[in-house]
Ligand binder design. Structure first.
Ligand code: ADP
Length: 501
């Protein structure tokens, strides 16, 4: 005998449980919606109840109808026996046949037959509608009947008709003279049962379909509040946690679910607000000293007689501080975007902003040439700091994703009613499948993230927010291996009227 260790028993149990779960899976209807599942379960339970009712009814009806037939057989048998007793013997065949004929009935469903036999089983009179051999008793049965037992059995005739036949002994006074057999068709029983079956089948199927429809309709009503929960949950974004389900007077469980969900949203909203306020405070606090630090470094760099090595170091430090300032500014704007802040609007000369950005970025990576391309004089309305940050973010990316020896060009022009700022690079380009996600918050291209290039995936989303907050947009064209072109469009400031000039 193989003895299993505790671990083997455990594994066997687990295997059995898995098998049971697999068998149960189709029954649990996990692949259909809860609504349909409820409806199907209601219809199935109704169908099962109906089947149980049908089986009980069928059993009871079959018993009652057969009992009726047996009572009929017993009564007829007594009457035939009494008539034969009056005749006195089995020798008077004519009278005997008359008695038999008077009790015989041919034709379905109520055919009735009588057969009279002597003590040896030989037929003395029989209904004409039947071949008496069909009711023949074997010697043992004959002895039983002659001994005083009643035998009831089912006989199937050659034409398919079923008879219930009762055989009793026949006596005149104390003298045993033979056997009398009466048989009645059981057609009534089978017809009644088959009618019951048809009625139950049609009625049951109809009731099950009706239960399915009603069950579906009821469960739809019951699940409607849940659908509302799903809808609100789908609408919720991290930037807007103000939505609530606000269920009132729903059934107990649903109301509890909705209240719990609302309470969770409340807590999440508070947590997000605290986080946003924290980012706002920290970035604000960091920006001021960082700006002062860069100012001081720039002042130091004005010293013409400085040792070239020190100058080099100071320049690198100034570049790093600049990078930190841009990062902190991005964080600040990210938090501001979440508060729904509208930018201040003042006329801005974009060409001057571009020039400023150019001079700020041209030395950041000496191995890459930053160039000013075509420059028109263009004025837009908006927040100077935000617009500058937007262009800085694009140039910053171009510098990050362009290899040494490459070129970044910034140009500015008009296109109809729009100002058009183009930041172009000869960098590595962006694969087409990444383009749809580029402006998503915290998105970093897979190769970028893997390559460990510094960045938090917020530069482009901030730039996109700034452009849209000014009524404009950013688009991108990219040729992997050749370079990328980011195009910002901003609506031009309205021309001052002649009287205002
Ligand atoms: P990151 O901090 O990662 O630069 P961004 O939001 O600025 O975040 O950019 C998102 C992603 O877009 C980057 O991770 C990079 O994969 C891609 N990307 C942006 N600008 C360029 C560019 N000029 N050249 C190539 N890829 C770029």
């Amino acid at each position: 005998m193989k003895v299993l260790g505790a671990r083997a028993v455990d594994q066997q149990d687990r295997r059995l449980a898995t098998r049971a779960r697999r068998l149960w899976r189709p029954l649990s209807l996990g692949f259909v919606s809860i609504r349909w599942r409820l409806a199907i379960w209601i219809a199935l339970s109704l169908a099962l109840t109906l089947v149980a009712i049908f089986l009980t009814l069928r059993f009871a009806m079959a018993g009652t109808l057969t009992g009726d037939i047996d009572a009929d057989l017993s009564e007829s048998l007594q009457q035939v026996s009494a008539q034969v007793a009056i005749i006195g013997s089995l020798e008077d065949r004519t009278n005997l046949q008359d008695v038999v004929d008077s009790y015989s009935r041919a034709g379905l469903p109520s055919s009735f037959v009588v057969v009279i036999r002597d003590t040896h089983g030989a037929v003395r009179a029989s209904s004409s509608a039947i071949n008496p051999e069909a009711l023949a008793l074997d010697p043992e049965e004959l002895q039983e009947v002659l001994a005083g037992d009643s035998i009831i059995r089912k006989v199937q005739l050659t034409d398919g008709e079923d008879l219930r036949v009762r055989s009793d002994r026949l006596t005149v006074g104390q003298e045993l003279i033979g056997v009398v057999q009466v048989g009645a068709s059981t057609e009534v029983v089978s017809r009644t049962l088959s009618r019951l079956q048809t009625i139950m089948l049609i009625g049951g199927a109809g009731a099950a379909v009706l239960a399915l429809v009603i069950g579906y309709w009821l469960s739809r009503g019951a699940l409607r509040p849940l659908e509302r929960v799903v809808k609100v949950a789908a609408e919720i974004e991290a930037s807007d946690l103000s939505k609530r389900i606000g269920a009132k007077g729903e059934p107990g469980e649903v109301q509890r679910l909705a209240d719990t969900f609302d309470a969770m949203l409340e807590r999440l909203g508070r947590a997000f607000e605290q986080q946003r306020d924290f980012v706002l405070d920290v970035s604000h606090e960091l920006r001021t000293p960082l700006t002062a630090l860069r100012g001081n470094l720039d002042v130091l760099l004005m010293d013409r007689w400085m040792d070239p090595e020190v100058r080099n170091n100071l320049q690198r430090m100034s570049g790093e501080v600049g990078r930190l300032i841009r990062l902190v500014s991005n964080l600040l704007y990210l938090a501001q975007a979440d508060t729904g802040r509208e930018p201040h609007r003042h006329p801005i000369e974009l060409d001057l902003v571009c020039l400023e950005v150019y001079s700020q970025t041209k030395g950041l990576r000496p191995e890459i040439t930053v160039k000013l391309g075509h420059e028109d004089q263009v004025t837009v309305e908006g927040d100077r700091d935000l617009i500058k940050q937007m262009i800085l973010n694009l140039i910053d990316n171009s510098l990050k994703y362009t290899p040494a020896g490459g070129k970044v060009t910034v140009s500015l022009g008009r296109d109809g009613a729009d100002a058009r700022i183009v930041v172009e690079d000869t960098g590595r380009g962006i694969p087409p499948e990444e383009l749809p996600h580029l402006f998503e918050r915290f998105y970093r291209g897979p190769s970028t993230a893997a390559g460990g290039t510094g960045g938090a995936g917020i530069g482009l989303s901030i730039a996109d927010w700034i452009a849209r907050a000014h009524g404009g947009e950013i688009s991108v064209e990219s040729y992997p291996g050749k370079g990328s072109r980011f195009i910002i469009r901003l609506p031009l400031a309205p021309e001052p009227r002649a009287s205002e000039r």
